[in-house]
Design a binder for this molecule. Structure first.
Ligand code: SF4
Ligand code: SF4
Length: 180
């Protein structure tokens, strides 16, 4: 759930291809293109429903420790504040791994230091008891197709469908930064 970006080689290679394309066609319309692409990405997301597998509530991976999150929260970081108020750290990593071993291994392979958390509220049938009032971070998940998603997350379909578009947004944004 925290921002753990994919660093897999094929994504990086595709990003370079798209960046080269975008450099050729870059013009004053770039910011509008970003807006249109983001709109399309969100529209595509609406076509997918949560599969209620419970992975994101039971095994949230984050590169920040509880201490880091508390520090960030004190400095006004809203995401960190919501995250640490929602999730508890797994003290026993074997417990975390036993829930979703494939996801646990995949995240550990891609990220050097990672912490696994869980929400104590999720019900046995993977529902949120305060669904309407759930934290914004839960409402937003998944919001970035460049993150690593749980293996059985139904939004992986969306991730695959919009991957080129999100890489295009990143490429145009990176070019705009260089221009300014
Ligand atoms: S608050 Fe609800 S949606 Fe958020 S992690 Fe907990 S059970 Fe899941
Ligand atoms: S991991 Fe994906 S499919 Fe599973 S509960 Fe979370 S959002 Fe829904």
């Amino acid at each position: 759930m925290c921002k753990i970006f994919k660093s897999v080689e094929n994504v990086n290679a595709r990003y370079i291809e798209i960046l080269k394309d975008e450099l050729k066609i870059f013009d004053e319309n770039a910011e509008n293109r970003i807006k249109e692409l983001k709109k399309k990405i969100l529209e595509e997301r609406e076509k997918v429903s949560c599969g209620k597998c419970g992975s994101c509530c039971r095994l949230a991976a984050c590169p920040s420790s509880p201490e880091d999150l508390n520090e960030k929260a004190k400095r006004g970081d809203t995401f960190a504040k919501e995250f640490i108020n929602t999730f508890s750290l797994y003290e026993d990593l074997s417990e975390a791994k036993s829930l979703f071993p494939e996801y646990f291994d995949a995240v550990n392979k891609l990220v050097d230091k990672i912490y696994f958390y869980h929400c104590k509220l999720v019900t046995e049938d993977n529902l949120c008891p305060k669904y309407e009032d759930r934290p914004q971070i839960c409402k937003d998940f998944p919001d970035n197709p460049l993150e690593i998603y749980p293996m059985n997350c139904s939004y992986k379909k969306w991730q695959t469908a919009v991957m080129d578009d999100i890489l295009r947004v990143k490429a145009i944004t990176d070019i705009l930064k260089l221009e300014n």
